[in-house]
Design a protein around this ligand. Structure first.
Ligand SMILES: Cc1cc2nc3c(=O)[nH]c(=O)nc-3n(C[C@H](O)[C@H](O)[C@H](O)COP(=O)(O)O)c2cc1C
Length: 215
């Protein structure tokens, strides 16, 4: 690691010479470092407004997309449909989980989580038929869309969690959502107001260990 590369000392310290940078960069730094995974068990069921949901989904579609395929698809569950989602998840877990891996606590969690949040968004990847774009790039584009959603939720003060129990990747899940063969569900994005007034903190390991400089 070269001595002249100014790594920030930690998530809350900001970049060196932050005062000399634009407000826009300061806002981006703050938002990116504030984004946290807050799980459904730490959410209230207080409704999320249509305006907030619309803003989150609008920002999702500004993610980068190779070939402009815009592969993201969103299946929004609210109200009673969350129970139908919970029933599907538990039934599918029971059907697909090998005996040796079966965990009653996981089954219970799968059934409980959709009812702990006012909104659950199943995130789908629409595979372009005969397209030139490799599947991994369609997945990457959807991941960027999810990050946009998560950042927007954090800016609003909403709790959000992108959760991927293995059954979300199943053919059963894809079919249940009404997606075509070749498409994929990439997880469940839970959204709600946090129970706690204290925004959670986390840490990251040393950035210097993850960079190789070539000069
Ligand atoms: C693709 C993806 C899938 C994830 N799936 C799960 C999951 O199934 N269960 C879970 O507890 N967290 C899941 N997470 C969230 C991570 O646990 C979380 O990002 C990590 O703990 C760091 O916390 P932070 O998001 O607050 O920075 C997932 C994150 C990503 C990017």
């Amino acid at each position: 690691m070269p001595d002249d590369f100014p790594l920030p000392a930690g998530p809350d310290t900001g970049c060196p010479k932050l005062d000399a940078l634009s407000l826009r960069l300061a806002a981006a730094n703050a938002l990116i470092r504030r984004r946290r995974t807050i799980k459904p068990s730490d959410m209230t069921v207080k409704p999320v407004s249509h305006l907030h949901l619309a803003t989150i989904l609008e920002n999702a579609r500004w993610a980068p997309t190779h070939g402009m395929t815009e592969p993201w698809r969103f299946f929004v569950f609210s109200g009673e449909s969350r129970q139908r989602l919970a029933d599907f998840l538990t039934a599918t877990y029971e059907k697909l989980t090998p005996q040796a891996e079966y965990r009653p606590d996981k089954l219970e969690k799968l059934g409980a989580q959709p009812l702990q949040a006012p909104l659950v968004i199943a995130v789908g990847m629409k595979r372009q038929r005969g397209g030139k774009i490799p599947e991994i790039e369609e997945v990457e584009a959807v991941a960027c869309a999810v990050q946009n959603m998560h950042l927007t939720a954090s800016a609003i003060g909403l709790a959000a969690a992108w959760l991927t129990p293995p059954i979300v990747y199943s053919e059963e899940m894809r079919e249940w959502l009404g997606m075509e063969p070749g498409d994929k569900c990439l997880g469940l994005f839970y959204l709600g107001w946090p129970k706690s007034e204290t925004w959670p903190e986390t840490a990251r390991s040393d950035l210097a260990d993850k960079i190789v400089f070539h000069r």
